[in-house]
Design a protein around this ligand. Structure first.
Ligand code: NDP
Ligand code: GDR
Length: 341
């Protein structure tokens, strides 16, 4: 039986990946953080009592800032594959907590790679790299050869992680890869990322549980895909003959405004936009009520304006074909939020 270790198993991607690997017959180990309240909501449905002999989901306390803990776990578990998904993953928060973000996202990756090297084990390593590496670059679409220009402490930390993965691959012959994934969303997306914030608000406003939605930059453009599709590519990247980096994206881009428009349409609200910049408002065409307002509090000190990925390499070598595109994604997320309101 193959063994995998997932850091960030309690996150959006970690939970989908754990499901996928359990389905493939893996023994799945996950690192979780101690918290004063339960933080395993996304994996509760696959939880197995470790006392049962055939339990294949095993959770361990740990943290990306604790190298002795990481080394011990890597050595004890001796996994065939490690998926490094743990991160302080919120770009805006990284401006508030730049040092912590760097410790977890950059140094944490180094700690894990070094644990593998020192343990001298033959494990394959996946790094959750990101389209935030491209940042300000105006070249579109962005592929594996597009130069990087990160725009946030998060992006800069992930840039270090990207290069240290490459360096350990070249220096120590590790099977270590960067998946440069563009934004991917789902009903399990954290509620403070823009897509989920919008779909949740649309559902709540439709059911009279909320009055208004406050957003930041409506003009930002993102290449949004479906998280469940993307985790399969993580696994595939570790099943190749040679370790290589891949871009995973849909190849389509849309503004935050378009996302909001579509989400509200699904709940029967036709938005009409009026004004510009901080004065811009999304108004319900039927009732004339203001539904969306801009709050500059959500603007970032430096913004990534345009992301659109070119997944040609993944299409050719991994047979990547995104199944869920923009409209379907918005629908899946709004419907899930309507159900949960
Ligand atoms: P989430 O924010 O949903 O999950 C992050 C996970 O990391 C959680 O399990 C969290 O634990 C854990 N974590 C945070 N800090 C630490 C720490 N100090 N030590 C141990 N674990 C920690 O992220 P996603 O699932 O969306 O993303 C997964 C990875 O992919 C991240 O590295 C992200 O940066 C990257 N990425 C994401 C993309 C996306 O669009 N979703 C695109 C490209 C890259 P807890 O639950 O306790 O908070
Ligand atoms: P991003 O995702 O920064 O791309 O990082 P997020 O959903 O936070 O922002 C996307 C764009 O929307 C704009 N925006 C808002 N964002 C948030 N969170 N809240 C708002 O109210 C709001 N209004 C407008 C943002 O300015 C931005 O332009 C995500 C994370 O998952 C990273 O970990 C990952 O690496 C990248 O995607 C790829």
């Amino acid at each position: 039986m193959k063994k995998a270790l997932i850091t960030g198993i309690t996150g959006q991607d970690g939970s989908y990946l754990a499901e996928l690997l359990l389905g493939k017959g893996y023994e799945v180990h996950g690192i979780i953080r101690r918290a004063s309240t339960f933080n395993t909501e996304r994996i509760d449905h696959i939880y197995q009592d470790p006392h049962e002999e055939d339990a294949r989901l095993l959770l361990h306390y740990g943290d990306m800032t604790d190298s002795s803990n990481l080394s011990r776990l890597v050595e004890k578990i001796n996994p065939d594959e490690i998926y490094n998904l743990a991160a302080q993953s919120h770009v805006a928060v990284s401006f508030q907590m730049p040092e912590y973000t760097t410790d977890v996202d950059a140094m944490g990756t180094l700690r894990l790679l070094d644990a593998i090297k020192e343990a001298e084990i033959k494990t394959r390593f996946y790094q959750a790299s990101t389209s935030e590496l491209y940042g300000k670059v105006k070249e579109v679409p962005q592929n594996e050869d597009t130069p990087f220009y990160p725009r946030s402490p998060y992006g800069v930390a992930k840039l270090y992680a990207y290069w240290i993965v490459k360096n350990y691959r070249e220096a120590y012959n590790l099977y270590a890869v960067n998946g440069i994934l563009f934004n991917h969303e789902s009903p399990r997306r954290g509620k403070r990322f823009v897509t989920r914030k919008i779909t949740r608000a649309a559902a709540r406003i439709a059911k009279a549980k909320q009055e208004k939605l406050y957003l930041g930059n409506l003009n930002a453009k993102r290449d949004w895909g479906y998280a469940k599709d993307y985790v399969e590519m993580m696994w595939l990247m570790l099943q190749q003959d040679h370790p290589e980096d891949y871009v995973i994206a849909t190849g389509e881009t849309h503004t935050v405004r378009e996302f909001a428009e579509l989400a509200f349409k699904h709940v029967g609200i036709d938005l009409q936009w009026q004004g510009e910049g901080v004065e811009e408002k999304g108004i319900d065409k039927d009732t004339g009520k203001i539904i969306v307002e801009v709050d500059p509090k959500y603007f970032r000190p430096a913004e990534v304006e345009l992301l659109i990925g070119d997944p040609t390499k993944a299409k050719e070598k991994l047979r990547w074909e995104p199944e869920v595109k923009f409209e379907e994604l918005v629908k899946i997320m709004v419907e899930a939020d309507l159900k949960s309101v």
